[in-house]
Design a protein around this ligand. Structure first.
Ligand code: AMP
Length: 434
Protein backbone atom coordinates (compact mmCIF):
# COMPACT_ATOMS: atom_id res chain seq x y z
CA UNK A 1 0.00 0.00 0.00
CA UNK A 2 1.27 3.46 -0.81
CA UNK A 3 2.56 5.32 2.19
CA UNK A 4 0.16 8.01 3.35
CA UNK A 5 1.67 11.44 3.11
CA UNK A 6 0.28 14.41 4.92
CA UNK A 7 0.72 17.66 3.08
CA UNK A 8 1.16 20.97 4.81
CA UNK A 9 1.26 24.54 3.56
CA UNK A 10 4.84 25.57 2.78
CA UNK A 11 6.67 27.40 5.57
CA UNK A 12 5.90 31.10 5.42
CA UNK A 13 2.60 30.54 3.59
CA UNK A 14 -0.75 29.93 5.20
CA UNK A 15 -4.40 29.26 4.53
CA UNK A 16 -6.70 32.14 5.28
CA UNK A 17 -9.93 30.61 6.48
CA UNK A 18 -13.44 31.66 7.36
CA UNK A 19 -14.47 33.49 9.42
CA UNK A 20 -11.19 35.48 9.25
CA UNK A 21 -11.53 35.83 5.48
CA UNK A 22 -14.64 37.93 6.18
CA UNK A 23 -12.34 40.45 7.82
CA UNK A 24 -9.97 40.35 4.83
CA UNK A 25 -12.91 41.00 2.52
CA UNK A 26 -14.07 43.89 4.68
CA UNK A 27 -10.60 45.44 4.62
CA UNK A 28 -10.36 45.07 0.85
CA UNK A 29 -13.86 46.40 0.27
CA UNK A 30 -13.08 49.41 2.46
CA UNK A 31 -9.89 50.07 0.49
CA UNK A 32 -11.88 49.98 -2.76
CA UNK A 33 -14.44 52.38 -1.39
CA UNK A 34 -11.98 54.86 0.14
CA UNK A 35 -9.50 54.82 -2.75
CA UNK A 36 -12.40 55.12 -5.19
CA UNK A 37 -13.49 58.36 -3.55
CA UNK A 38 -10.01 59.79 -4.29
CA UNK A 39 -10.31 58.86 -7.96
CA UNK A 40 -8.16 55.72 -7.92
CA UNK A 41 -9.07 52.75 -10.14
CA UNK A 42 -8.00 49.15 -9.67
CA UNK A 43 -5.20 47.53 -11.66
CA UNK A 44 -4.64 43.77 -11.53
CA UNK A 45 -1.20 43.08 -12.90
CA UNK A 46 0.12 39.52 -13.30
CA UNK A 47 1.73 37.74 -10.39
CA UNK A 48 4.92 36.95 -12.29
CA UNK A 49 7.03 39.22 -14.41
CA UNK A 50 10.45 39.13 -16.07
CA UNK A 51 13.11 38.93 -13.35
CA UNK A 52 14.84 41.82 -15.09
CA UNK A 53 11.92 44.15 -14.31
CA UNK A 54 12.47 43.71 -10.57
CA UNK A 55 16.26 43.72 -10.87
CA UNK A 56 16.08 47.05 -12.67
CA UNK A 57 13.47 48.73 -10.47
CA UNK A 58 14.10 47.41 -6.97
CA UNK A 59 17.84 47.09 -7.55
CA UNK A 60 20.20 44.16 -7.82
CA UNK A 61 21.98 44.96 -4.59
CA UNK A 62 18.83 44.90 -2.42
CA UNK A 63 18.07 41.88 -0.23
CA UNK A 64 14.72 41.49 -1.97
CA UNK A 65 16.25 40.97 -5.39
CA UNK A 66 19.58 39.40 -4.43
CA UNK A 67 18.20 36.65 -2.21
CA UNK A 68 14.46 36.75 -1.64
CA UNK A 69 12.80 36.28 -5.03
CA UNK A 70 11.16 33.08 -6.23
CA UNK A 71 12.73 32.85 -9.64
CA UNK A 72 12.30 30.20 -12.29
CA UNK A 73 12.97 29.62 -15.93
CA UNK A 74 10.02 29.86 -18.30
CA UNK A 75 9.60 27.57 -21.32
CA UNK A 76 11.42 30.02 -23.55
CA UNK A 77 14.30 29.97 -21.05
CA UNK A 78 13.73 33.54 -19.91
CA UNK A 79 14.01 34.13 -16.20
CA UNK A 80 10.74 35.08 -14.49
CA UNK A 81 10.00 35.82 -10.84
CA UNK A 82 7.00 35.90 -8.58
CA UNK A 83 6.44 39.55 -7.78
CA UNK A 84 7.99 40.68 -4.45
CA UNK A 85 6.05 43.97 -4.73
CA UNK A 86 3.85 45.63 -7.34
CA UNK A 87 5.19 49.12 -8.02
CA UNK A 88 7.40 47.80 -10.83
CA UNK A 89 4.43 46.05 -12.45
CA UNK A 90 2.28 49.18 -12.25
CA UNK A 91 5.02 51.26 -13.89
CA UNK A 92 5.52 48.62 -16.57
CA UNK A 93 1.76 48.63 -17.26
CA UNK A 94 1.73 52.45 -17.37
CA UNK A 95 4.36 52.33 -20.10
CA UNK A 96 2.97 49.30 -21.94
CA UNK A 97 -0.55 50.78 -22.20
CA UNK A 98 0.61 54.31 -23.07
CA UNK A 99 -1.08 55.71 -20.02
CA UNK A 100 0.87 58.93 -20.41
CA UNK A 101 -1.66 59.75 -23.15
CA UNK A 102 -4.54 59.60 -20.64
CA UNK A 103 -5.53 62.62 -18.55
CA UNK A 104 -2.80 62.96 -15.91
CA UNK A 105 -2.22 62.02 -13.19
CA UNK A 106 -3.14 58.35 -13.51
CA UNK A 107 -4.23 56.92 -10.17
CA UNK A 108 -4.13 53.16 -9.69
CA UNK A 109 -4.51 50.84 -6.74
CA UNK A 110 -3.91 47.11 -6.44
CA UNK A 111 -4.23 44.36 -3.91
CA UNK A 112 -2.95 40.81 -3.84
CA UNK A 113 -0.23 38.40 -2.84
CA UNK A 114 3.50 39.20 -2.94
CA UNK A 115 6.32 36.70 -2.54
CA UNK A 116 9.62 37.04 -0.71
CA UNK A 117 11.81 34.27 0.62
CA UNK A 118 12.16 35.79 4.08
CA UNK A 119 12.65 34.15 7.46
CA UNK A 120 9.07 33.66 8.64
CA UNK A 121 7.96 35.11 11.97
CA UNK A 122 4.88 36.86 13.32
CA UNK A 123 3.93 39.47 10.73
CA UNK A 124 6.55 38.25 8.24
CA UNK A 125 5.58 35.68 5.64
CA UNK A 126 6.85 34.34 2.34
CA UNK A 127 3.49 34.86 0.72
CA UNK A 128 1.97 38.02 2.11
CA UNK A 129 -0.59 40.49 0.85
CA UNK A 130 -0.26 44.12 -0.01
CA UNK A 131 -2.80 46.81 -0.75
CA UNK A 132 -1.09 49.64 -2.54
CA UNK A 133 -1.61 52.62 -4.77
CA UNK A 134 0.48 54.57 -7.26
CA UNK A 135 -0.11 58.01 -8.69
CA UNK A 136 1.76 58.62 -11.94
CA UNK A 137 2.04 61.82 -13.90
CA UNK A 138 3.87 62.12 -17.21
CA UNK A 139 5.72 65.41 -17.42
CA UNK A 140 4.50 67.94 -19.97
CA UNK A 141 7.09 70.25 -21.50
CA UNK A 142 5.98 73.17 -19.40
CA UNK A 143 6.43 71.17 -16.23
CA UNK A 144 9.27 70.26 -13.97
CA UNK A 145 11.55 72.17 -11.69
CA UNK A 146 10.85 74.46 -8.77
CA UNK A 147 7.46 75.68 -9.95
CA UNK A 148 6.00 72.18 -9.46
CA UNK A 149 6.89 72.12 -5.77
CA UNK A 150 3.52 73.19 -4.32
CA UNK A 151 1.65 70.83 -6.63
CA UNK A 152 3.86 67.81 -5.85
CA UNK A 153 3.62 68.48 -2.12
CA UNK A 154 -0.17 68.71 -2.32
CA UNK A 155 -0.31 65.42 -4.24
CA UNK A 156 1.95 63.71 -1.68
CA UNK A 157 -0.19 65.04 1.16
CA UNK A 158 -3.39 63.85 -0.46
CA UNK A 159 -1.99 60.34 -1.00
CA UNK A 160 -0.94 60.20 2.67
CA UNK A 161 -4.33 61.56 3.73
CA UNK A 162 -5.98 58.78 1.72
CA UNK A 163 -4.06 56.02 3.56
CA UNK A 164 -4.88 57.60 6.91
CA UNK A 165 -8.56 57.91 5.90
CA UNK A 166 -8.53 54.21 5.02
CA UNK A 167 -7.11 53.24 8.43
CA UNK A 168 -9.58 55.55 10.17
CA UNK A 169 -12.51 54.03 8.24
CA UNK A 170 -11.40 50.61 9.49
CA UNK A 171 -11.46 51.95 13.04
CA UNK A 172 -7.70 51.54 13.49
CA UNK A 173 -6.86 54.45 15.75
CA UNK A 174 -3.46 53.57 17.11
CA UNK A 175 -1.46 54.18 13.92
CA UNK A 176 1.41 56.63 13.73
CA UNK A 177 2.66 58.38 10.64
CA UNK A 178 6.36 59.14 10.24
CA UNK A 179 7.53 61.39 7.44
CA UNK A 180 10.87 62.49 6.08
CA UNK A 181 12.44 64.02 3.01
CA UNK A 182 15.42 62.24 1.49
CA UNK A 183 16.28 65.01 -0.91
CA UNK A 184 16.88 64.73 -4.60
CA UNK A 185 19.40 62.58 -6.35
CA UNK A 186 19.84 64.67 -9.46
CA UNK A 187 20.29 67.89 -7.53
CA UNK A 188 23.12 68.28 -5.21
CA UNK A 189 21.53 67.65 -1.83
CA UNK A 190 21.46 63.88 -1.50
CA UNK A 191 24.80 63.00 -3.13
CA UNK A 192 26.53 65.63 -0.95
CA UNK A 193 24.73 64.37 2.15
CA UNK A 194 25.53 60.71 1.41
CA UNK A 195 29.21 61.60 0.94
CA UNK A 196 29.20 63.40 4.28
CA UNK A 197 27.36 60.52 5.97
CA UNK A 198 29.86 58.05 4.58
CA UNK A 199 32.79 60.11 5.86
CA UNK A 200 31.23 60.21 9.34
CA UNK A 201 30.52 56.47 9.22
CA UNK A 202 34.18 55.80 8.34
CA UNK A 203 35.15 57.40 11.64
CA UNK A 204 32.95 55.03 13.67
CA UNK A 205 33.28 51.98 11.43
CA UNK A 206 34.82 49.78 14.15
CA UNK A 207 31.84 50.27 16.39
CA UNK A 208 29.33 49.15 13.75
CA UNK A 209 28.07 45.60 13.23
CA UNK A 210 28.81 43.61 10.04
CA UNK A 211 25.49 44.54 8.35
CA UNK A 212 26.06 48.26 8.78
CA UNK A 213 29.71 47.93 7.75
CA UNK A 214 28.54 46.33 4.51
CA UNK A 215 25.76 48.86 3.95
CA UNK A 216 28.19 51.69 4.57
CA UNK A 217 29.85 50.69 1.30
CA UNK A 218 26.82 49.65 -0.77
CA UNK A 219 24.12 51.96 0.53
CA UNK A 220 25.10 54.26 3.42
CA UNK A 221 21.56 55.64 3.88
CA UNK A 222 20.37 52.19 4.94
CA UNK A 223 22.64 52.29 8.00
CA UNK A 224 20.10 54.74 9.43
CA UNK A 225 17.51 51.93 9.31
CA UNK A 226 19.48 49.77 11.73
CA UNK A 227 17.54 48.49 14.72
CA UNK A 228 20.68 47.07 16.38
CA UNK A 229 20.72 48.26 19.99
CA UNK A 230 24.49 48.77 20.10
CA UNK A 231 24.39 51.14 17.10
CA UNK A 232 21.64 53.45 18.27
CA UNK A 233 23.82 55.88 20.23
CA UNK A 234 26.23 56.18 17.29
CA UNK A 235 23.46 56.74 14.76
CA UNK A 236 22.01 59.52 16.91
CA UNK A 237 25.19 61.54 16.33
CA UNK A 238 25.22 61.21 12.52
CA UNK A 239 24.42 64.13 10.23
CA UNK A 240 20.72 64.48 9.35
CA UNK A 241 19.51 64.82 5.79
CA UNK A 242 16.88 67.39 6.70
CA UNK A 243 19.74 69.75 7.62
CA UNK A 244 21.30 69.21 4.19
CA UNK A 245 18.38 69.62 1.80
CA UNK A 246 18.78 72.00 -1.14
CA UNK A 247 16.36 74.92 -1.23
CA UNK A 248 13.88 73.19 -3.58
CA UNK A 249 13.75 70.01 -1.49
CA UNK A 250 13.46 72.02 1.74
CA UNK A 251 10.61 74.06 0.23
CA UNK A 252 8.84 70.90 -0.88
CA UNK A 253 9.21 69.34 2.57
CA UNK A 254 7.90 72.48 4.29
CA UNK A 255 4.93 72.59 1.93
CA UNK A 256 4.22 68.89 2.54
CA UNK A 257 4.05 69.56 6.29
CA UNK A 258 1.80 72.57 5.75
CA UNK A 259 -0.49 70.53 3.49
CA UNK A 260 -0.72 67.69 6.01
CA UNK A 261 -1.66 70.28 8.62
CA UNK A 262 -4.40 71.66 6.37
CA UNK A 263 -5.78 68.14 6.00
CA UNK A 264 -5.74 67.42 9.73
CA UNK A 265 -3.19 64.61 9.32
CA UNK A 266 -0.97 64.21 12.40
CA UNK A 267 2.64 63.22 11.69
CA UNK A 268 6.01 62.80 13.32
CA UNK A 269 9.22 63.79 11.58
CA UNK A 270 11.71 60.95 11.49
CA UNK A 271 15.07 61.80 9.93
CA UNK A 272 16.07 58.12 9.96
CA UNK A 273 13.32 57.09 7.57
CA UNK A 274 15.09 56.39 4.28
CA UNK A 275 14.79 54.50 1.02
CA UNK A 276 17.83 52.82 -0.41
CA UNK A 277 17.25 53.42 -4.10
CA UNK A 278 18.37 56.32 -6.23
CA UNK A 279 15.05 57.06 -7.85
CA UNK A 280 13.29 57.56 -4.52
CA UNK A 281 13.24 61.23 -3.75
CA UNK A 282 11.91 63.80 -1.32
CA UNK A 283 8.79 62.52 0.44
CA UNK A 284 9.08 59.21 2.28
CA UNK A 285 6.64 57.96 4.86
CA UNK A 286 5.93 54.98 7.03
CA UNK A 287 2.96 54.06 9.18
CA UNK A 288 3.34 51.88 12.24
CA UNK A 289 0.62 50.17 14.25
CA UNK A 290 0.46 48.92 17.81
CA UNK A 291 0.33 45.29 18.89
CA UNK A 292 2.64 43.96 16.18
CA UNK A 293 5.92 43.57 18.07
CA UNK A 294 9.03 44.25 16.01
CA UNK A 295 7.23 43.95 12.65
CA UNK A 296 5.15 47.02 13.31
CA UNK A 297 5.35 48.78 9.92
CA UNK A 298 1.97 48.50 8.21
CA UNK A 299 2.65 50.86 5.34
CA UNK A 300 5.65 52.26 3.50
CA UNK A 301 5.58 54.83 0.77
CA UNK A 302 7.33 57.58 -1.05
CA UNK A 303 7.93 59.63 -4.15
CA UNK A 304 9.80 58.03 -7.01
CA UNK A 305 10.02 60.46 -9.93
CA UNK A 306 12.32 58.77 -12.42
CA UNK A 307 11.30 55.13 -11.99
CA UNK A 308 9.09 55.03 -15.08
CA UNK A 309 11.90 56.54 -17.12
CA UNK A 310 14.34 54.00 -15.69
CA UNK A 311 12.02 51.28 -17.01
CA UNK A 312 12.07 52.77 -20.51
CA UNK A 313 9.05 55.07 -20.30
CA UNK A 314 8.60 58.81 -20.67
CA UNK A 315 9.69 61.24 -18.00
CA UNK A 316 7.10 60.67 -15.27
CA UNK A 317 6.58 61.60 -11.67
CA UNK A 318 5.30 59.06 -9.19
CA UNK A 319 4.30 58.55 -5.60
CA UNK A 320 2.89 55.44 -4.01
CA UNK A 321 2.63 53.25 -0.98
CA UNK A 322 2.15 49.62 -0.02
CA UNK A 323 0.20 48.49 3.01
CA UNK A 324 1.02 45.09 4.51
CA UNK A 325 -2.46 43.59 4.68
CA UNK A 326 -1.46 40.66 6.92
CA UNK A 327 -0.12 43.10 9.50
CA UNK A 328 -3.10 45.38 9.13
CA UNK A 329 -5.41 42.43 9.87
CA UNK A 330 -3.29 41.42 12.89
CA UNK A 331 -3.41 44.96 14.16
CA UNK A 332 -7.20 45.17 13.75
CA UNK A 333 -7.56 41.92 15.66
CA UNK A 334 -5.25 43.14 18.45
CA UNK A 335 -7.27 46.36 18.69
CA UNK A 336 -10.51 44.38 19.03
CA UNK A 337 -11.71 45.62 15.63
CA UNK A 338 -11.49 42.25 13.96
CA UNK A 339 -14.92 40.93 14.90
CA UNK A 340 -16.84 39.43 12.04
CA UNK A 341 -20.45 38.39 11.89
CA UNK A 342 -20.60 34.66 12.25
CA UNK A 343 -23.33 32.12 11.89
CA UNK A 344 -26.37 31.82 9.70
CA UNK A 345 -29.34 34.13 9.73
CA UNK A 346 -31.89 31.39 9.25
CA UNK A 347 -32.02 27.63 9.68
CA UNK A 348 -34.95 26.03 7.90
CA UNK A 349 -36.29 23.14 9.94
CA UNK A 350 -38.51 21.35 7.45
CA UNK A 351 -40.39 18.24 8.38
CA UNK A 352 -42.34 15.97 6.05
CA UNK A 353 -41.52 15.35 2.37
CA UNK A 354 -44.46 17.52 1.34
CA UNK A 355 -42.84 20.59 2.85
CA UNK A 356 -39.60 20.26 0.90
CA UNK A 357 -40.75 22.23 -2.16
CA UNK A 358 -41.92 25.10 0.08
CA UNK A 359 -38.67 24.95 2.08
CA UNK A 360 -36.58 25.17 -1.09
CA UNK A 361 -38.60 28.14 -2.34
CA UNK A 362 -38.34 29.86 1.04
CA UNK A 363 -34.55 29.36 1.05
CA UNK A 364 -34.30 30.83 -2.45
CA UNK A 365 -36.36 33.88 -1.55
CA UNK A 366 -34.56 34.55 1.70
CA UNK A 367 -31.18 34.23 0.00
CA UNK A 368 -32.31 36.59 -2.71
CA UNK A 369 -33.09 39.05 0.05
CA UNK A 370 -29.47 38.70 1.18
CA UNK A 371 -30.00 36.46 4.18
CA UNK A 372 -27.66 33.58 4.95
CA UNK A 373 -29.77 30.45 4.97
CA UNK A 374 -29.03 26.87 5.90
CA UNK A 375 -31.38 24.38 4.30
CA UNK A 376 -30.69 20.84 5.56
CA UNK A 377 -30.45 18.48 2.59
CA UNK A 378 -32.49 15.77 4.26
CA UNK A 379 -35.37 15.88 6.68
CA UNK A 380 -34.44 16.04 10.35
CA UNK A 381 -36.27 15.42 13.57
CA UNK A 382 -37.40 18.69 15.21
CA UNK A 383 -35.00 18.42 18.18
CA UNK A 384 -32.01 17.62 15.97
CA UNK A 385 -32.82 20.48 13.61
CA UNK A 386 -32.92 23.00 16.45
CA UNK A 387 -29.71 21.64 17.97
CA UNK A 388 -28.02 21.99 14.58
CA UNK A 389 -29.36 25.54 14.17
CA UNK A 390 -27.88 26.39 17.56
CA UNK A 391 -24.52 24.85 16.71
CA UNK A 392 -24.30 26.90 13.51
CA UNK A 393 -25.07 30.08 15.43
CA UNK A 394 -28.30 30.71 13.52
CA UNK A 395 -30.34 33.69 14.68
CA UNK A 396 -33.69 32.25 13.62
CA UNK A 397 -35.20 28.87 12.89
CA UNK A 398 -37.94 28.78 10.33
CA UNK A 399 -40.16 25.86 11.24
CA UNK A 400 -41.99 24.29 8.33
CA UNK A 401 -44.28 21.36 9.02
CA UNK A 402 -47.17 20.16 6.93
CA UNK A 403 -49.59 22.24 9.03
CA UNK A 404 -47.62 25.41 8.36
CA UNK A 405 -47.51 24.75 4.64
CA UNK A 406 -51.25 24.07 4.53
CA UNK A 407 -52.19 27.19 6.53
CA UNK A 408 -49.63 29.50 4.95
CA UNK A 409 -48.64 30.64 8.44
CA UNK A 410 -45.04 29.80 9.19
CA UNK A 411 -43.36 29.62 12.59
CA UNK A 412 -40.27 31.71 13.21
CA UNK A 413 -38.29 30.94 16.35
CA UNK A 414 -35.80 33.50 17.66
CA UNK A 415 -33.03 31.31 18.98
CA UNK A 416 -31.51 33.83 21.41
CA UNK A 417 -34.63 33.93 23.62
CA UNK A 418 -36.64 30.96 22.40
CA UNK A 419 -39.70 33.04 21.48
CA UNK A 420 -41.87 31.87 18.60
CA UNK A 421 -44.13 33.74 16.26
CA UNK A 422 -46.47 32.63 13.53
CA UNK A 423 -46.59 34.83 10.46
CA UNK A 424 -47.61 34.83 6.82
CA UNK A 425 -44.85 33.85 4.40
CA UNK A 426 -44.92 37.33 2.84
CA UNK A 427 -44.03 39.02 6.15
CA UNK A 428 -41.08 36.83 6.96
CA UNK A 429 -38.32 38.60 5.04
CA UNK A 430 -39.27 41.92 6.62
CA UNK A 431 -39.32 40.41 10.10
CA UNK A 432 -35.97 38.62 9.66
CA UNK A 433 -34.24 41.69 8.26
CA UNK A 434 -35.78 44.09 10.73
P1 AMP B 1 7.92 47.16 1.31
O1 AMP B 1 7.35 46.73 -0.02
O2 AMP B 1 9.10 46.32 1.73
O3 AMP B 1 8.14 48.64 1.41
O4 AMP B 1 6.80 46.81 2.38
C1 AMP B 1 5.60 47.51 2.50
C2 AMP B 1 4.79 46.86 3.59
O5 AMP B 1 4.52 45.50 3.25
C3 AMP B 1 5.52 46.78 4.93
O6 AMP B 1 5.32 47.94 5.68
C4 AMP B 1 4.87 45.58 5.56
O7 AMP B 1 3.67 45.96 6.21
C5 AMP B 1 4.52 44.68 4.40
N1 AMP B 1 5.50 43.57 4.24
C6 AMP B 1 6.70 43.60 3.62
N2 AMP B 1 7.28 42.37 3.66
C7 AMP B 1 6.43 41.55 4.32
C8 AMP B 1 6.44 40.16 4.69
N3 AMP B 1 7.44 39.36 4.37
N4 AMP B 1 5.37 39.67 5.38
C9 AMP B 1 4.34 40.47 5.70
N5 AMP B 1 4.26 41.77 5.37
C10 AMP B 1 5.29 42.32 4.70
Amino acid sequence: MAEKRKFQAIKGTRDLLPPETELWNRVEQTAREVFGTYGFGEIRPPIFEPTELFARSIGLETDVVSKEMYTFEDRDETSVSLRPEATASVCRAYIEHNMHALPQPVKLYYMGPMFRRERPQKGRYRQFYQIGAELLEALQQSQGGAKDIPKDAAIDAEVIEMVMAFFARLGLESVELDINSIGHNAQNCRPAYVAKLKAELEKVKDKLGPDSQRRMETNPLRVLDSKLESEQAIIATLPRITDHLCSDCAAQYAELKRQLGLRGVAYRENWRLVRGLDYYMRTTFEITAKGLGSQNAVCGGGRYDGLVELLGGPSTKGIGFAIGEDRLILSLQEAGKGAVAQGRDVYIAWMGEKTLATAIRAAQELRQAGLCVELPPVEQKFGKALAQADKLGARFALILGEDEVASGLWTVKTLADGTQKKMAAAEIVKFLKG
